[in-house]
Write a protein that binds this ligand. Structure first.
Ligand code: S3P
Length: 171
């Protein structure tokens, strides 16, 4: 019956870590962004462009509720997922939440080459990106800190995380 939700800012490694973690503990891996794209037959940039962020957040919330019905899954959330509707509470009440925490500098350096699929940052110069990440992370961290576990995302040892998660959820 277990569900593990990985949360954290864009570029913190949720999908990469999630995939590896799921394989190690024998759970299904779900990337929430990819799930939304499959559900609505549109890419995230297309959804932002045609419907706007507000509608995207509603779609994200509805998709999260669907994913919550599944068992034995590791879910990599979008960076904004915990911060809208009652998503953080929903995840905390239905599973184990893990925040992959990373510094602004590390996030900016990881994101500078991965802007094109991310509508919130795609047109930003390096200076704008740094200022944006700094400001948005500050706003989001209160919510991210509601996670049950907080781990350092940089140089994360997945074996160690898998062991830890196994202990917590008893698989
Ligand atoms: C967003 C993060 C993205 C995606 C969308 C919005 C955000 O996911 O859901 O572009 O608000 O931080 P990743 O964190 O996987 O990039």
């Amino acid at each position: 019956m277990s569900k593990i939700f990985l949360i954290g800012y864009m570029g913190s490694g949720k999908s990469t870590v999630g995939k590896k973690l799921a394989a190690k503990i024998g759970y299904e891996f779900i990337d929430l962004d990819k799930f939304i794209e499959a559900e609505y037959q549109q890419t995230i940039p297309q959804i932002f462009a045609s419907k706007g962020e507000k509608e995207f957040r509603a779609m994200e919330h509805n998709t999260l509720k669907k994913v919550i019905e599944k068992s034995n899954v590791v879910v990599a959330c979008g960076g904004g997922t915990p911060c809208y509707y009652n998503n953080m509470e929903l995840m905390n009440n239905n599973g184990t939440t893990v925040y992959l925490k990373m510094s602004v500098d590390a996030l900016v350096s990881r994101l500078s080459n991965a802007k094109d699929k991310r509508p919130l940052i795609e047109n930003k110069t390096p200076e704008e990106l740094h200022a944006f990440v700094n400001r948005q992370l500050e706003k989001r961290e209160d919510t991210y800190h509601q996670a049950q576990y907080i781990v350092k995302g940089k140089d994360l040892d997945i074996d160690e995380l898998a062991l830890f998660v196994k202990e917590q959820i008893g698989v």
